[in-house]
Design a binder for this molecule. Structure first.
Ligand code: DGL
Length: 272
């Protein structure tokens, strides 16, 4: 039987599960191992240089544990600062996730696009350069939402979303400019697609949300095709989530991971 590619999907928390979902549709033959740096969640508020050091160290441990063929950094906050360092530090191929500003600029009819992301991602040079390169002709409403990623995690753990809090978190990307209003909003954090249904209930007008997960899954499939599989046999089975703190082992957290296709877990203790 042909070997199955082993893919490590990494995020600070549960947001990368939206990418895992797309990957399991795109590549049902792949072994998927999910890793969450829950000891350090949320990444959105971290200082840049400390976060780069943390991500490179954590990925080192995760690669040793999961022995993946390819690693998907399913986190905009991490990808926009640490991809180059990760590629320099480790030999395997990395697929990153950065705000989908290019497709948003191609899809907008009004010329007004919103970008919802973490405070970290909106402050990155990388994000500003995507805007200058691909959306220079658009009005871009860039908003660093302080609580949205945590709201998404609470929802996945079975708690109700507070509509007023949600409305307040997304309000800055809904503006009118010379009579034109936002028509496309980039979900620039992998947690946010978990909240699209809830957001649709509180938006002042309807918009197209851009979830980058299907594009990342297609890119990963291409990368896997070009990659020689390492054939390691001593790795956790497909459907395992690796946590960096046992604090994430509370039953509602494990139930949330299981509901998204990751019923087993292991803890690699990496305190902050
Ligand atoms: N899911 C992450 C992202 O795509 C960030 C969440 C966080 O840790 O703040 O940016």
């Amino acid at each position: 039987m042909a070997e199955r590619p082993r893919i490590l999907i990494f995020d600070s928390g549960m947001g990368g599960l939206t990418v895992a979902r797309a990957l399991s549709q795109q590549m049902p033959q792949a072994d998927l191992i999910y890793a969450a740096d829950n000891a350090a969640f949320p990444y959105g508020a971290w200082n840049e240089s400390e976060l780069i050091t943390r991500i490179v160290m954590v990925l080192g441990r995760l690669i040793e544990t999961a022995k993946p063929d390819v690693a998907v950094i399913a986190c905009n906050t991490a990808s926009t600062i640490a991809l180059a360092e990760l590629r320099a530090a480790y030999k395997l191929p990395f697929v990153g996730t950065v705000p989908a500003i290019k497709p948003a600029a191609a899809q907008t009819k009004t010329g007004v696009i919103g970008v919802l992301a973490t405070p970290g991602t909106v402050s990155r040079e990388y994000t500003h350069s995507l805007i200058h390169t691909f959306a220079f002709h658009c009005k871009v409403l860039l908003h660093g939402a302080p609580r949205l990623a945590e709201m998404a995690e609470r929802k996945l753990k079975g708690h109700a979303v507070d509509p007023d809090e949600l409305r307040e978190e997304i309000a800055p990307v809904f503006r009118k400019r010379e009579g034109k209003q936002t028509d496309v909003v980039v979900l620039g954090c992998t947690h946010y697609p978990l909240l699209t249904e809830d957001m649709n209930k509180v938006v002042p007008w309807s918009v197209t949300w851009i979830d980058p997960a299907p594009a990342i899954a297609r890119r990963t499939a291409d990368v896997v095709e070009e990659t020689r599989l390492n054939g390691a046999t001593d790795a956790p089975p497909s459907g395992t989530v690796i946590l960096t703190s046992a604090r994430g082992s509370a039953s509602e957290t494990l139930t949330a991971y299981a509901s998204m296709g990751f019923p087993q877990h292991v803890v690699v203790d990496l305190p902050v």
